[in-house]
Design a protein around this ligand. Structure first.
Ligand SMILES: [Zn+2]
Length: 262
């Protein structure tokens, strides 16, 4: 395995008012990310990072696996693979990822949800809760889902096609009356070259039999947990695919990731 070329640490400034009115930075949890969204869009589907290494950076997160082999769900320290034929597999630490995000999740805001909301309605509700739009928000939403639509991307063969092509054979699964957890992130728009500047959620059912990337849902009751994060570590792959790819974010292609949101 090749060594990692570059580790970039970005410390986002958050000046929080203390009770004395002084400003100070509060050290806190760190979001770790491997590779960039624009690399994934361009078909850079093989990375050098193992799941074991990823799990050292957090017990919560999402991503995919080498060869774009399904959706990753990292929840409560365990890594799951939602395959395009609808299975949920437990992932070995030796498995590799081309793109993943992780952190040790501990909420700083917890809100009980006791009314029925569509995905768009919940997005708008979450929007109103954002008081620091230039920081990164992580979400864990546990609840009962009246309906839910999830997808998983299929394993690719070389030469890899771009993500917009790979999605054409995704598996889409619709369920009703499902209990489970949404987990995900929203990055600020100025970071959109490296991650999605919209809500990006993956899902895992409580019985660990259904999961994937969220396309749509209606939630009835639940609990919303939010963590706002100011520390962000980006580790870039050092392999021929990443180094040889021109990286740019094509916004219209992100509609595929965002599902019904836009
Ligand atoms: Zn996803």
């Amino acid at each position: 395995m090749r060594s990692i070329l570059l580790i970039v640490l970005i410390y986002l400034s958050c000046f929080c008012n203390s009770t004395q009115g002084q400003k100070r930075d509060i050290p806190g949890p760190k979001i770790f990310q491997y590779s960039t969204l624009s690399a994934l869009l361009e078909g850079v589907y093989d990375g050098n990072l193992t799941i074991g290494e990823l799990r050292k950076h957090g017990d919560f997160g999402m991503g995919t696996f080498n060869a774009l082999n399904g959706e990753m769900i990292l929840l409560d320290g365990k890594c799951y693979q939602a395959t395009s034929d609808g299975k949920i597999l437990t992932v070995k630490d030796s498995t590799h990822t081309p793109f993943a995000v992780a952190l040790n999740f501990s909420p700083d805001t917890i809100i009980k949800l006791n009314r029925r909301l569509s995905m768009i309605e919940l997005d708008k509700y979450l929007d109103r809760l954002i008081t620091k739009p230039n920081l990164i928000s992580a979400y864990r939403i546990r609840g009962s889902f009246d309906s839910i639509s999830i997808r998983s991307v299929p394993k690719q063969e070389k030469p890899y096609k771009r993500l917009i092509e790979a999605y054409k054979k995704q598996g889409v699964f619709n369920f009703t009356k499902l209990e489970g957890t949404l987990l995900g992130f929203k990055f600020p728009s100025y970071l959109k070259e490296v991650n999605l500047d919209n809500y990006h959620f993956h899902f895992l059912s409580n019985d660990k039999t259904k999961g994937g990337h969220i396309l749509n849902y209606t939630i009835s009751i639940g609990e919303i947990e939010i963590k706002t994060v100011q520390n962000y570590e980006l580790q870039l792959p050092d392999n021929a695919e990443f180094n040889g790819t021109k990286l740019e974010n094509k916004k219209k292609e992100l509609q595929l990731i965002e599902g019904s949101r836009k």
